[in-house]
Design a binder for this molecule. Structure first.
Ligand SMILES: NC(=O)c1ccc[n+]([C@@H]2O[C@H](COP(=O)([O-])OP(=O)(O)OC[C@H]3O[C@@H](n4cnc5c(N)ncnc54)[C@H](OP(=O)(O)O)[C@@H]3O)[C@@H](O)[C@H]2O)c1
Length: 421
């Protein structure tokens, strides 16, 4: 670690009773993994950390040195820490203002790390999609983190930034244009990308631990006492349907049971109307082709869910799945992309619509951009974030970062559009 090196400002802060600056502005834990390696490159090339050093972290010096050697730009230091060693995690969390974790499965490897961040007053972002684990984080840490002004922000990758920002933009645009809150928001995705071994390992862990059964709760992540009436407007789509507003055939989207829970927590934390409802889908186009694709994708989703719940078949699928540490080829990641088209209306029928889209495999290129820009918002823009510097808790991307993340992602090349009318 570098010497903190008492600058004039630091000396003045210390005299005023403020703690001395930490050695690093930001540390990336899990930098030797498939997403971690991409995040290290992204930060080295894109990040101006206001002139402060940053670091990559993990359990294996040799693997981290290999990542460090490939970083062109602002080269990071190395910090060793093991997700199973609490003392090393406290040291890690205490040496930085902001910690990014790409170390998963999070339900297995994330508990002690988040606890260390809360103890050490360190802001935290990650790329988990494991909502049952996030529910436990909320129960254990939300109140304490809120009191202490620490932002703990899971789900800052492709799950669930685009969905969360779509609902945020829908609500804020309806309020700005018409003074009316969002009542119904729907999002329809097109996705081109692959699966990482690490993502599949996390998904299998979810089913093997028995926690997958919690995914059916539409308000899994809502604050206690803020669970609206569980009507059909909150049900996860399970069959093909034509949508007049979007002008497409729609099929169930495998990420909807994850993203919609995050959007509902956001809505509760940001004080949207109690009647607010959000649903999301895969879009398959118009006409007969769209209808046939929606029908076959609905059937495929039903079969996949059944297979994952049945242990013998799950073990068989697992034996053919790519190993952790691996993922799609560079070419496949560069040729991927996603488009999230959203539509919203107020209770009186005022409408807004827009798109969020980007080039590159969303689970890798997109996730890397989203989590790094979320972390950089904490490093560089903390005073502009919703609630200002003092806000904290186990938050969602939209409630933690709001417009700041929209602006950062646009600057980083993501298309985030709200149609003029
Ligand atoms: N939100 C999204 O869209 C999205 C997209 C992709 C991935 N993910 C999630 O992100 C996670 C990582 O994915 P990935 O593909 O990068 O997985 P991966 O390649 O398997 O990387 C896992 C990382 O965890 C580290 N690790 C494992 N055990 C550790 C320990 N005891 N102490 C410290 N570090 C440890 C590994 O270090 P070693 O190199 O030392 O083994 C590696 O750096 C998964 O949970 C996945 O589901 C989410």
């Amino acid at each position: 670690m570098p010497d903190a090196g008492p600058s004039d400002t630091a000396a003045a802060d210390e005299q005023a009773g403020a703690p001395p600056p930490r050695p690093y502005a930001l540390v990336l834990f899990g930098a030797s993994g498939f997403v971690g390696r991409q995040a290290a490159q992204y930060l080295a090339q894109h990040a101006d950390m206001a002139g402060r050093p940053w670091a990559i972290a993990g359990r294996n010096q040799g693997r981290l040195e290999a990542v460090q050697a490939r970083c062109s730009g602002q080269v990071p230091d190395i910090v060793l820490a093991n997700a199973r060693d609490t003392a090393s995690l406290d040291t890690l969390a205490s040496c930085t203002d902001v910690l990014i974790s790409t170390t998963g499965p999070f339900a297995v490897l994330g508990n002690e790390l988040v606890a260390a961040c809360v103890r050490q007053h360190t802001h935290y972002v990650d790329i988990t999609g494991e909502t049952p684990w996030v529910r436990d984080l909320i129960a254990r840490h939300h109140a304490h983190a809120a009191d202490d002004g620490i932002r703990i922000v899971p789900m800052c990758g492709f799950d669930s930034v685009p969905s969360d920002l779509a609902a945020f933009l829908a609500h804020t645009t309806l309020m700005q244009r018409y003074g009316e809150p969002a009542y119904r928001v729907k999002a329809a995705y097109q996705v081109r990308g692959g699966f990482n071994g690490g993502t599949l390992a996390s998904m299998f862990q979810l089913f093997e631990s028995g926690e997958a059964r919690m995914l059916t709760d539409p308000f899994l992540l809502n604050p206690p006492g803020m669970r609206p009436f569980n009507g059909p407007q909150h049900a996860d789509p399970s069959s093909p349907r034509w949508d007049e507003d979007l002008g497409h055939w729609l099929a169930p989207f495998y990420m909807a049971p994850i993203n919609s829970r995050v959007v509902r927590r956001s809505a509760a934390l940001q004080g949207f109307s109690p009647d607010f409802a959000y649903r999301e889908y895969l879009q398959t186009g118009a006409g007969l082709g769209g209808a046939l694709a929606a029908g076959s994708l609905s059937f495929a989703e039903m079969v996949t869910q059944a297979a994952l719940h049945w242990a013998p078949l799950r073990h068989l699928i697992r034996s053919y799945a790519p190993a952790p540490g691996t993922g799609p080829s560079e070419e496949a990641m560069n040729s991927g992309g996603f488009d999230c088209e959203w539509f919203a209306r107020s209770a009186s029928g005022k409408k807004v619509r827009g798109h969020i889209s980007d080039r590159g495999d969303p689970g890798n290129r997109g996730t890397t951009k989203m989590v790094c820009e979320s972390a950089l918002a904490l490093v560089l823009d903390v005073d502009e974030l919703p609630g200002g510097r003092a806000a904290g808790g186990v938050l969602t991307p939209a409630s933690a970062f709001g417009d700041v993340l929209v602006r950062r992602l646009r600057t980083a090349g993501m298309q985030i559009r709200v149609n003029p009318t």
